[in-house]
Design a binder for this molecule. Sequence first.
Ligand code: G1P
Ligand code: ZN
Length: 543
Amino acid sequence: MSVKTVATKPYLDQAPGTSGLRKKVPHFQQPNYVENFVQSIFDSLEGFAGKTLVVGGDGRYFNRETIQTVVKMAAANGFGRLVVGKGGILSTPAASALIRSLGAFGGLILSASHNPGGPDGDFGIKYNIGNGGPAPEKITNAIFARTRTIDAYRIVEAPDVDLDKLGQTRLGAMTVEIVDPVADYRKLMERLFDFAAIRAMFANGFTMRFDAMSAVTGPYAKAILEGALGAAPGTVINGEPLPDFGGHHPDPNLVHAKHLYDLAMSADAPDICAASDGDGDRNLVIGRGMFVTPSDSLAMIAANAHLAPGYAKGISGVARSMPTSAAADRVAAKMGVSAYETPTGWKFFGNLLDADLVTICGEESAGTGSNHVREKDGLWAVLMWLNIVAARKQSVADIVRAHWASYGRNYYSRHDYEEVDAAGANALMGSLRERLPTLKGRRFGALTVAEADDFAYHDPVDGSDSARQGVRLIFADGARIVYRLSGTGTAGATLRVYIERYEPDASKQEIETQTALADLVALSRSIVGIEQHTGRAEPSVIT
Ligand code: G1P
Ligand code: ZN
């Protein structure tokens, strides 16, 4: 087996974003584009000779080709063992679980999450470290720096590995192991949740619809929900991972999973409707007649986690990304555990979880998870809700209303202005940042700005600082508008505007969300001139 060193030239646009490097498939298909990035990752790491690397992806178009490249480059760079999910499949949380259970050096996850797939869709490569979580900024910055100077990569000349055959083969000095992508993950879920109680609930007629969106969670959901838990056959729909996700947008939000919302609000709604995204880390949970916002879900999971056997001892703390509503903070305060507010992106939770400062984490963008892995975990969140419902013997809607009654309700919505002109979006953020000192104390109708700042985070574990993480306008009554630009888009810029208002009065907790937030929504547009800067009078997606 010969190791080749191939000369290459840098691409200058390989900056990892909120969650790894994401580009359109044709962009990744440029000569040496994948090889440059993978070699830059390896060049930024130390001490992996002879160690284990986990590789897998969400099955999207270009997944298999990239895995073959990674396998051959890992062998050439000196890894001792490479573990791949059969068919190249590993959901993001399952990859994280596998890295942890194998004590692997790290892993490469191939996905563009909830973005569309296919020959013209999106693709992505993300490096996760030995704790199973996304590489921290120190490493992603080093990778980016390396991509700008790289002049060669190493690869072995060998035939492709058969990704569909379980078992071990050798590639030079490296062992290649094809494993069942579900087995390890299912065992982990069995340890965390009361499968017997959930199984009994299904046996007693509890009904569910889970939409795997033709993405990676199909095999996991079928094995766990219909297999281990006895949910009726057909509970899982769109359960086959397809390279183009059936032409759909595998984002379990109220736009792309509207059919589930409609079903949940209909006369023949199942007890629970749920979905996960392209790579299996996001979740959507809708009870019969009741949508649970991700921010609320985080708070409610924190308040009820002790009902699941894996969390029976209680939780050490809760972390949420800054734009996520403060609902979870109220739960933490009442429980007497700490609450952390981090920048957007799961990578900021890793240190807090490793140091056991928090047990449960979440983001408003449909991400919830815990210390069982170092990624958000879609199916985990759904199983947690099933466990809570089974233990409390109440409907999702009743659990949500009881929570609001005791903690108050945080009305919450995110307005996205997608794929707008990048220059306009940058100008909007730039002028908002400049005006920050002048905004404090200003009145806009009934709303007075109490605080206006650009969120900065100091990591209490490693002491690192992350500045410019999103502009916050906090009003005197506690309401909030947050502005930031997406770090995951692949075309133009996406402006995200997060709007929140707290309502403690139980008699005012059943207002339709956009109505409850209408004055803040109007102000969110006028105060920064969204239409002038982006040409958009309305957002493209409201969640
Ligand atoms: C988005 C979400 C963020 C999440 C990330 C990866 O990032 O807003 O919460 O961590 O996807 O799933 P953004 O595009 O806003 O940078
Ligand atoms: Zn995802």
